[in-house]
Design a protein around this ligand. Structure first.
Ligand code: DNO
Length: 350
C-alpha cells in the first residue's frame, strides 16, 4: 500500500512541505487544473507538477482526475476526438511516471452534498447529504455547495437537455466504448484506470448513474475484461447505498482496486448521511473490516484519506483541509500496518 494525499496544485492552501510531514506519506494525488475538459494535457504542466512534488520528496503516481468530456458520456459523434485526446493525455502522463488515473462517469454533476458545514456536537464541521433537500433543488438553476459552478446556466440547461432520454443502458455502452478506445494507450503508458463510483450511488435529477454497487462492477469487468480497467474504491460513496456491504465489496473488488478513497459516513436517515472522522467507531462503516478485507484479498494499490472534517479552527476547502485528513492518514496507516503484518504472518505459516 502507498499512502497518498490529494493536493489541488499550486492554488491549494496546503503546501507540499506540510503534506510531506504527515507520517507515512509517500506521494500526492493531483491534476492539471487549467486545461479545458477534453483537451490534451501537455508534458510541460505535467512535468512542472511532478517537479514540485519531487522537490518535497513526494511521488506523483496518481492523477485525480482526468475528467471525461460530456460528449463521450453522451455518445456524441465528437466523442472520438475527445477519446483520442484523452489517450494522448494518458501517454503523456505515463511518460511522467503516472501509474494510475482516477475518473468518473457521472453525467453533468460530480459528487453532491446539500450542506458543507454541518456542525457536530464536538464543534467540528463536515459535509452532509439530505435527500429530501436535494429533491427540492432545481437542477436547471443549481447553486450547490461544493459544486464547482463551471457551467453557465445556459450551458447547464443545454447539457441537461442533451441528456433527456439517456438510459442506464446507453450510458453504460458509452463507458465501454470509451474504455475500449483508451485501452491501447493505457497499455502503452503503463497506466491503470480507476473508475470512481457515483456519489451518492443513485440517480440524480433524472440523470442515470451506473457505478453504484457490486452488480455494476461485475457487468463492467465482463464488458471490458482488461486488468487496466480498474476501480477507485470509495467507501463513503458506495457506503451511502444501504444495499452495499462494504466489507464484502472491498474483498470482491480488491484485485481490481488500484486506488482506495477511505472515509467514514454516519447515516441519519434512509438516504441521508453526514461525513465524520475516519475511525470505525465514528460512523456507520466498518473501516477496520474494509482495510482487513482489502489486504487479505491482495490489495496493493494507492490509498488516500478522503474527506476530512473541519477541526481545530481550520477553514479548509470543504472535505479537503489538512488536519483531519492527516489524522485519517495516520489512522489508516495503522490499520494497514497491522493488517499487512497479520497477512504476511499467514503467508509464512502456509
Ligand atoms: C470528491 C471526489 C470526487 C472525485 C471524482 C473522480 O471529493 O472524490 O470529486 O475526485 O469523482 O473523478
Amino acid at each position: 500500500m502507498k499512502m497518498t494525499f490529494r493536493w489541488y496544485g499550486e492554488s491549494d492552501s496546503i503546501p507540499l512541505s506540510y503534506i510531506r510531514q504527515i507520517p507515512g506519506m509517500t506521494g500526492v494525488v493531483t491534476a492539471v487544473y487549467d486545461v479545458p475538459v477534453g483537451e490534451v494535457w501537455d508534458m510541460e504542466p505535467i512535468l512542472r507538477l511532478k517537479a514540485l512534488c519531487e522537490e518535497q520528496s513526494l511521488e506523483m503516481e496518481v492523477i485525480e482526475s482526468v475528467p471525461v468530456h460530456e460528449d463521450i458520456k453522451l455518445g456524441r459523434p465528437t466523442r472520438d476526438r475527445y477519446i483520442a485526446n484523452y489517450a494522448q493525455t494518458l501517454r503523456n502522463l505515463g511518460r511522467a511516471g503516472v501509474r494510475c488515473v482516477c475518473y468518473n462517469f457521472m453525467p453533468v454533476f460530480d459528487w453532491l452534498r446539500t450542506n458543507l458545514h454541518t456542525p457536530a456536537a464536538d464543534g467540528s464541521e463536515s459535509l452532509s447529504y439530505c435527500h429530501e433537500e436535494l429533491l427540492r433543488l432545481d437542477p436547471h438553476n443549481l447553486h450547490l455547495p461544493g459544486w464547482d459552478e463551471s457551467y453557465s446556466t445556459e450551458e447547464l440547461n443545454a447539457l441537461l437537455g442533451a441528456y433527456r432520454g439517456m438510459t442506464h443502458e446507453r450510458l453504460f455502452e458509452n463507458l465501454v466504448y470509451f474504455l475500449n478506445g483508451i485501452l491501447p494507450a493505457c497499455e502503452e503508458a503503463g497506466i491503470n484506470m480507476a473508475i470512481h463510483p457515483d456519489d451518492p450511488p443513485w440517480d440524480m435529477f433524472g440523470l442515470p448513474r451506473i457505478i453504484t454497487g457490486a452488480e455494476s462492477y461485475r457487468r463492467l469487468f465482463e464488458a471490458v475484461p482488461s486488468p487496466r480497467n480498474g476501480v477507485t474504491l470509495c467507501t463513503g460513496s458506495l457506503g451511502a447505498g444501504r444495499g452495499n456491504d462494504m466489507v464484502a465489496l472491498a474483498r470482491e473488488l480488491a484485485p481490481r482496486t488500484y486506488f482506495a478513497h477511505l472515509r467514514q459516513i454516519r447515516f441519519s436517515g434512509e438516504q441521508d448521511f453526514c461525513e465524520c472522522g475516519h475511525l470505525s467507531a465514528a460512523g456507520s462503516l466498518d473501516i477496520c473490516g474494509i482495510v482487513r478485507a482489502l489486504v487479505e484479498a491482495g490489495f496493493d494499490g494507492y490509498v488516500r484519506p478522503d474527506h476530512g472534517r473541519n477541526i481545530w479552527g481550520e477553514d479548509g476547502k470543504p472535505g479537503y483541509g489538512l488536519y483531519d485528513r492527516a489524522l485519517g492518514a495516520c489512522y489508516l496507516g495503522g490499520l494497514f500496518e497491522m493488517a499487512e503484518r497479520e497477512q504476511s504472518k499467514r503467508s509464512v505459516s502456509q
